[in-house]
Ligand binder design. Structure first.
Ligand SMILES: [Fe+2]
Length: 307
């Protein structure tokens, strides 16, 4: 991939994030102190910081070296490094203003583009791809932050699913041997995808499309978490041990399910995630998610290989 193509990916990721956050300034830029969201002013700056940290500030050729140059923002590491800045403190940090934070992000992206045009080693390309994926992950986070806080949907173009197409129902997956993970020859791999290794997958069924919030809400309203006949043996055992769904609630006039328990929040996150993934084809997905319904990259590939 050329530096121009990487720059395009960086720009597309940024354009998408900006659509998600441009109305989160002002009264919304901090928001309530919830364990499952970040204050938008912090999170936007963190995205810019991450890209700058990996794409612009590396001082050594060695990709594992921790040596870094200065940031555009003074004390940026003490503000935005998610590995060292406790979540609960992010609302009270001396963060730059929201507009200044957006300008910081844009300056980092612009310099990264210039840097890639001047030099694009394999490590430069790797960290540019890492920054794109990191920004995409935070785009997902901005989606669920908006949903959690009851904000209007972002002004993204969302392709409509045709009604009554062939994607309804379950796909029967025969199972079999599978190379799970990325091969060393892969263009990009996260640490936890290394390396491909053989596993054996038992036969299973998988819905062709993701569960929507409306379907999830209907399931909860139908008392699905208390109806033994809807669960397999292991699922029912897990449900009993989870003890997290008795407090599911649905706001009137909404299809959003409020699930205060930690495990149910994780489930809601999945539902939310798949809704967006399902509706917005991922340009980097190895499988056509419009056909697959699901778009976990690894899951999609796995199913495709087993078919
Ligand atoms: Fe992050």
């Amino acid at each position: 991939m050329t530096s121009a193509a990487l720059a395009t990916e960086l720009r597309e990721a940024r354009e998408r994030m900006l659509i998600l956050v441009r109305d989160l300034g002002g009264a919304r830029e901090f928001g309530p102190r919830l364990a499952i969201v970040n204050p938008p002013r912090w999170e936007v700056g963190h995205v810019g910081w991450f890209q700058e940290y990996w794409c612009l500030r590396r001082l050594d050729e060695d990709r594992f070296s921790a040596a870094r140059g200065e940031s555009i923002v003074p004390e940026a590491d003490r503000l935005y490094n998610s590995a060292t800045v406790p979540h609960a403190t992010r609302w009270t940090l001396p963060l730059p203003e929201f507009d200044a934070t957006l300008r910081y992000c844009e300056e980092v992206r612009r310099r990264t583009e210039d840097r890639l045009a001047a030099r694009c080693s394999s490590d430069d390309a790797y960290f540019a791809r890492l920054a794109v994926r990191h920004e995409d992950m935070h785009a997902e986070a901005f989606h669920y932050t908006r949903q959690t806080l009851g904000y209007e949907a972002p002004a993204l173009e969302v392709p409509e699913h045709p009604i009554g197409d062939l994607r309804a129902g379950d796909a029967e997956i025969a199972g079999g041997p599978l190379e799970l993970g990325e091969a060393p020859s892969a263009v990009f791999a996260f640490d936890n995808e290394k390396w491909a290794h053989p596993v054996r997958v038992r036969p299973f069924r998988l819905s062709r499309v993701a569960v929507s919030n409306a379907e999830f809400a209907a399931f909860v309203q139908a008392d699905g978490y208390r109806r033994r006949e809807l669960w397999c043996e292991s699922g029912w055992r897990w449900l009993a041990s989870a003890d997290a769904f008795s407090d599911c609630a649905i706001a009137s006039g909404s299809s959003q399910v409020n699930t205060p328990g930690a495990r149910s929040r994780a489930l809601l996150f999945c539902v939310t995630r798949w809704d967006h993934r399902c509706c917005v084809p991922d340009r980097r997905c190895g499988v056509d998610d419009r056909a697959m319904g699901w778009c976990s990259r690894e899951l999609g590939r796995m199913v495709a290989r087993l078919r």
